[in-house]
Design a protein around this ligand. Structure first.
Ligand SMILES: *Cc1c(COP(=O)(O)O)cnc(C)c1O
Length: 355
């Protein structure tokens, strides 16, 4: 990718690279040397810069701290055998970021600020992109209000930043989930489709209750009737019943439009695998489990790509799913997506940018 924005760079005087143990990475704990910063003032983005990752000063009256105008993205970069850095569907993250921004009354971020900030930061910190298979560089773009004013109104100033974390081989062991019918993640007219901080804050308490009861995650249902399956934790969710993949539609404004979800749908189309975008009801799910015709259930998201579900609690009853065989749809999807992300198989939809 050609870069055209001249972004000033202040390099770190003391790289943490040599003291980082790449064989022992805990997700989100190790942060690379540099960060990208841009400030929004007087109606425009300015002062783009790359500087050493460091704490920053925030006014106690910072509006984001009080009223939560804060959005983020999560994406990953990979390294191929030739040492080139690959970014998976970064343009889709940029588009979704602006959809989140619009819902939260935050300014639009131009594509070149997002993409060039991303590429130039990753190019500078390319030695932080792990080389081990399965490992990657987690990328966290985010934006938050910067006004020092505690009146309730949209902020007039904002900061956009990107920092990155090398993450190890994310082998996700199969998860157990519980259908949630008391708490609500999102409701029509709400903010469920935006990747905004408050959604996650609101999900922590119900998720903790589920963990105390012995489940890894919740299966969220719709906020009105709690009868339709929406998402799983912070992933979209798919079910395979009698050869047919079923996943919730994303046009209700209640579900996060996952890029992994979208990629799985595209691959299913390419392969001619039947896939329906419709709501699976809780009773349909329970009937399928009772009848033993639920063949696969899995979450889709950037962190794990595919998280297999091995146990589901519906209406207080636990069901164990069959073991996923090596040629299960979810296993083949995971292998194909990994192949594309590491530049090992063809990329027919031009999902990768490489530099
Ligand atoms: C980020 C996220 C997802 C998954 O999105 P990907 O683009 O696939 O990573 C799904 N649900 C929620 C609530 C999320 O925050």
């Amino acid at each position: 990718m050609k870069t055209s924005l001249a972004i000033p760079v202040e390099k770190t005087k003391k790289s943490k690279l040599s003291e980082t143990d790449f064989s022992n990475l805990v997700f989100g704990k190790t942060i690379s040397d540099h960060m990208f910063v841009a400030d929004y003032k007087n109606g425009e983005w300015s002062d783009l810069r790359i500087e050493p990752y460091a704490p920053m000063e925030i006014h106690p009256a910072n509006a984001a701290l009080h009223y939560g105008q804060s959005i983020f993205e999560g994406m990953k970069a990979y390294k191929d055998a030739a040492g080139e850095v690959l970014i998976f569907r970064g343009d889709a993250n940029w588009r979704r970021f602006n959809e989140s921004a619009e819902r939260m009354c935050m300014p639009e971020l131009p594509e070149e600020v997002f993409m060039e900030g991303l590429v130039q930061l990753l190019d500078l910190d390319r030695d932080w992109v792990p080389t081990a298979h399965g490992a990657s560089l987690y990328v966290r773009p985010f934006m938050f209000a910067m006004d020092n004013y505690i009146g309730v109104k949209p902020s007039e100033s904002y900061r956009f930043m990107i920092f990155t974390c090398p993450v190890g081989n994310y082998y996700s062991k199969p998860v157990s989930v519980k259908v949630e019918t008391t708490f609500t993640r999102s409701i029509e007219g709400g903010t469920g489709a935006a990747k905004t901080a408050g959604n996650y804050a609101a999900s922590l308490y119900p998720a903790l209750q589920a963990q105390k009861a012995g489940y890894d995650q919740l299966l969220w249902t719709d906020g009105k009737s709690h009868s339709k399956i929406e998402e799983s934790g912070t992933m979209n969710v798919m079910f395979k019943i009698k050869g047919n993949i079923i996943t919730a539609p994303v046009n209700t404004g209640t579900i996060l439009k996952g890029i992994t979800r979208d990629s799985v749908i595209q691959l299913a189309k390419d392969w001619g695998t039947p896939l329906e975008e419709r709501f699976l009801t809780v009773s349909e799910l329970q009937e399928a489990l009772e009848a033993g015709i639920l063949e696969e259930a899995f979450g889709t998201g950037t962190a794990a790509t595919i998280a297999h579900i091995e146990r589901i609690n519906v209406n207080g009853k636990d069901y164990i799913l069959p073991q996923t065989s090596e040629n299960a749809f979810s296993k083949r999807i995971l292998a194909e997506l990994d192949g594309i992300k590491y530049g090992e198989v063809a990329d027919p939809h031009s999902w990768i940018i490489k530099f």
